[in-house]
Write a protein that binds this ligand. Structure first.
Ligand SMILES: Cc1cc2nc3c(=O)[nH]c(=O)nc-3n(C[C@H](O)[C@H](O)[C@H](O)COP(=O)(O)OP(=O)(O)OC[C@H]3O[C@@H](n4cnc5c(N)ncnc54)[C@H](O)[C@@H]3O)c2cc1C
Length: 402
């Protein structure tokens, strides 16, 4: 017998930005919504993972393309901490990447704002609760077996969203998935006397929070020569990835702190509380976003995301990329939607994860109300609901767009 057994309308696994957006969208529609998170921090990689750069809501040539909860979260990320949107992001000819509708933020400040958002929307939060196995009825997911301090329990729902970042629920339910290895990366926050002086000189605390980036960029640049790549879906590899990153960080301080004042002048302040994998596993959905699909129009487009690297490139998000194959009653959201190659680069980042989270939450709540499964939901009905919430989903919706 499970230690606890609860039933909801919508159940979201994983409280990264995607899971938060999905749960908020569902709860705001009036449905009983629960959000399950294995750590005690909401926000996922953006908070526990110390990834403090919110990618742009605009196309880089002056047009906003992503709206809704993704936009709300960007502003919440700076509600209790520093950061701001560059005033000239609308400029069609910006000088550098910084001139976009984006911001940097304090991860801790973002957590406080997300807690407030979730409570305000009426989401029932289960922190420190690990999603273990899906509860199946044939090919339909009906709930999740979870584990926490109370023991093993069951949370049931009429529709579920997999926002684990790793497609854990979809994979364990038997849906086809795709994986990818990762270069070594470690982002941490450090404190320095230099930063403190700069903060005092500028009368602005921002320089007190300084990011330190060890290992590779998203293109692999900086990966230690000869080092293997790491899998985010192999339990032992996750440990190796984390410990290898921390060993390299230690080397940085062994070198930098070699003077007498060294360890008082510069030291690590916060380490990531989750493994910083960019791409681990995603669903192979009814539609997969692939290289070269920027600017393509889809009959079932339900959202728009801008490429955070390449100015002027915008991607429509087909509803099929959120729908796993072979499994019903489930949507994917965030970095585990169906994307591959460079398309995964575009859909895995914070603004895109928040956006697909909201879409999944709206779709889940409609599926519950219409007593259907997300794969059978009529896209026109979903688009009508998204339009009422101010979401743009066609390239033609962008002023000056296709
Ligand atoms: C090194 C690095 C640099 C990056 N740089 C940027 C950047 O500058 N800008 C940007 O926008 N993006 C960046 N990203 C990507 C971005 O941070 C993430 O892809 C994005 O935040 C993903 O959000 P998500 O909600 O889909 O997933 P996640 O943030 O991974 O959230 C998933 C959540 O699910 C929880 N979870 C997982 N499994 C379980 C389980 N079994 N039970 C319960 N809970 C579970 C996790 O604890 C987590 O909270 C970077 C990523 C990395 C690794």
């Amino acid at each position: 017998m499970p230690e606890f057994d609860r039933t909801y309308d919508v159940l979201v696994a994983g409280a990264g930005v995607a899971g938060v957006a999905a749960a908020v969208a569902s709860a705001r529609s009036g449905l009983r919504t629960a959000l399950v998170e294995k750590t005690v921090l909401v926000g996922g990689l953006a908070t526990a993972g110390l990834i403090y750069g919110y990618t742009p809501l605009c196309d880089g040539v002056g047009h906003q393309v992503t709206y809704g909860i993704a936009q709300e979260l960007l502003h919440l990320s700076i509600r209790y901490g520093p950061g701001g949107v560059p005033a000239n992001w609308r400029s069609p000819d910006p000088q550098d990447w910084g001139c976009r509708y984006r911001t940097s933020f304090s991860p801790a400040a973002f957590v406080l704002a997300l807690d407030e958002l979730l409570a305000g929307a009426g989401v029932e939060l289960w922190l420190d609760t690990l999603v273990c196995l899906p509860v199946m009825e044939g090919d339909r997911v009906r709930g999740l077996e979870v584990e926490n301090k109370s023991g093993r329990g069951v949370l049931r729902a009429r529709c579920l969203v997999d926002a684990t970042g790793d497609a854990d629920v979809a994979y364990r339910a038997g849906a086809p998935c795709e994986g990818a290895d990762n270069w070594l990366s470690l982002w941490a926050l450090e404190a320095s006397l230099e930063g403190a002086r700069e903060a005092a000189d500028r009368d602005d605390g921002t320089p007190l929070m300084r990011g330190v980036h060890i290992g590779a960029s998203n293109t692999g640049e900086g990966h230690p020569p000869g080092m293997r790549k790491f899998s985010g879906t192999d339990g032992k590899d996750v440990t190796d990835f984390v410990l290898t990153g921390r060993a390299l960080l230690r080397e940085r301080y062994q070198e930098k702190q070699s003077g007498p004042e060294g360890r008082r002048d510069l030291f690590p302040l916060t380490l990531p509380a989750m493994a910083q994998f960019r791409t681990t596993r995603c669903i192979v959905g009814q539609t997969t976003l692939r290289d070269g699909m920027a600017g393509r129009q889809f009959d079932d487009s339900v959202g728009l995301v801008a490429d955070w690297c390449r100015r002027g490139e915008v991607w429509e998000v087909p509803y099929g990329s959120l729908i796993p194959r072979k499994v019903r009653g489930l949507l994917a959201a965030g970095r585990c939607i169906s994307s591959t190659g460079y398309a995964w680069e575009v859909t895995r980042v914070i603004h895109a994860a928040a956006h697909t989270g909201e879409i999944a939450g709206v779709a889940a709540s409609l599926a519950v109300r219409l007593e259907t499964s997300p794969d059978a939901l009529e896209v026109g009905t979903l688009r009508q609901q998204l339009a009422e919430e101010g979401i743009a989903f066609h390239l033609g919706d962008i002023p000056g767009g296709a």
